[in-house]
Design a protein around this ligand. Structure first.
Ligand code: FA5
Length: 378
């Protein structure tokens, strides 16, 4: 900047001449108008009203003018800078509006296009129901116990008091594992190894592994040579319950099962027992639960039939009884001191009546349209 000069004539300062200021203005307005986008406008802004632009330099010259000349030059330069500033703001608005309109077109999302989101799967309801049942017993202090699916015949039958000629051992019920040297199918039964036909061998393993008192819940997959139809499958799931302690009776068994069905089907749903026979329990019983839908109201009322229990009022749950003393002895437990109860039931059948599934084949076919409605219960 020049030093103050008392005899200075502003008209003589090149940068402050009116035509020079007008030229700066015209150049700035032309540059703004020519800027095709916001980046170009920014360049033009720096060039024409930035700190080193001709207008800024002219403005600085005003400080060096004598006082009488300052007002005139200041008015001319200030007015021009304001005009250029307004032109810049106007062009900035235009270019921003153009950019926003372009973005709306270029980045438009067609919400009618089919989505490519991967829908979440669902756990199989047999798994979630089995885990729910386990949780009920774990909350009562039971321990979850598991055993092998390829099982020694001794655990599956002998230790459970099945006599050698018991019909359940027959090939029409049991998958025998053929030993490597077996000549033909007839020799299969000689391997001593079967696919377990029920979860009761886990009772035996639990009693051999633990000292009483024993409270275990044993979920697992079991195998029988049944044909796949609406109510049978050759591979299915059971949950087994075993309690061994001093002084246990059928009343404890019934109370425990009443609690389970109330927790699963609603407060107040009760159970009943009917005589039955299992080699490993004595006495043995079949346990039914009260129909949780009609609670017995449909019995003898043809106007209000119940699909869930076929208007019988009761639904068959599974087998149960007091552990046979012969089984306790086979497992090294003193039947004079300890008694126990056991209960076993099928998860597929329970899923059928709990969720009105009419055909067991739906559970094994792996179609997600069957599992998805059960949701992501965990
Ligand atoms: C037993 O397997 C005994 N171990 C149950 C038991 C345990 C009795 C402890 C006493 C004490 P059962 O053969 O009845 O019993 O089978 C139990 C349940 O398995 C049946 O109630 C039924 O729900 C289910 N079940 C049996 N066969 C099939 C099959 N092919 N497909 C689906 N579920 C089946």
């Amino acid at each position: 900047m020049s030093a103050p000069n008392k005899s200075y004539d502003p008209v003589e300062v090149e940068a402050l001449k009116p035509e020079e200021i007008a030229r700066m203005r015209d150049e700035a307005l032309a540059a703004f108008a020519a800027a095709g986008d916001l980046a170009a406008l920014h360049e033009a802004k720096i060039a024409h009203i930035g700190d080193r632009s001709p207008l800024a330099l002219a403005n600085r010259e005003i400080g060096a003018l004598p006082p009488h000349a300052k007002a005139d030059a200041g008015k001319r330069v200030g007015g021009t800078r304001a005009e250029v500033g307004r032109a810049l703001a106007t062009r900035q608005e235009e270019l921003e509006a153009e950019r926003d309109a372009r973005v709306l077109v270029e980045e438009a999302v067609d919400v009618t296009l089919p989505g490519d989101r991967i829908t979440p799967g669902a756990r199989h309801p047999l798994t979630t129901l089995s885990e729910r049942i386990e949780d009920i017993f774990v909350a009562m202090g039971y321990e979850v116990a598991e055993g092998p699916e390829v099982e020694a015949e001794w655990f599956n039958f002998d230790a459970l008091n099945f006599t050698p000629d018991h019909p359940a051992r027959a090939m029409q019920d049991t998958f025998f594992v053929r030993s490597a040297g077996a000549a033909d199918a007839a020799a299969e039964g000689e391997s001593g190894v079967v696919l377990r036909t029920h979860t009761s061998p886990v009772q035996v393993r639990s009693m051999l592994d633990r000292e009483p008192p024993i409270y275990v819940v044993c979920p697992g997959r079991v195998y029988r040579t049944d044909e796949l139809d609406a109510t049978h499958t050759p591979v299915f799931h059971q949950v087994e319950l075993l309690a061994i302690d001093e002084g246990l009776t059928m009343a404890d068994l019934k109370g425990t099962m009443d609690h389970m069905v109330s927790a699963l089907f609603g407060e107040g749903v009760s159970t009943r027992v009917r005589p039955n026979y299992f080699p490993f329990t004595e006495p043995s019983a079949e346990m039914d639960m009260q129909c949780y839908v009609c609670r017995g109201a449909s019995v003898g009322d043809p106007d209000h039939p119940c699909r869930t229990c076929s208007s019988e009022g009761w639904i068959e749950l599974g087998g149960c009884g007091m552990v046979n003393p012969r089984v306790l002895i086979a497992c090294g437990i003193d039947p004079e001191k300890y008694s126990g109860f056991a209960f076993g039931f099928g998860i597929e059948r329970m899923l059928m009546f709990r969720h009105n599934v009419e055909d067991m084949r739906d559970m094994v076919e792996g179609d997600v349209r069957f599992t998805r409605p059960f949701g992501m219960e965990i």
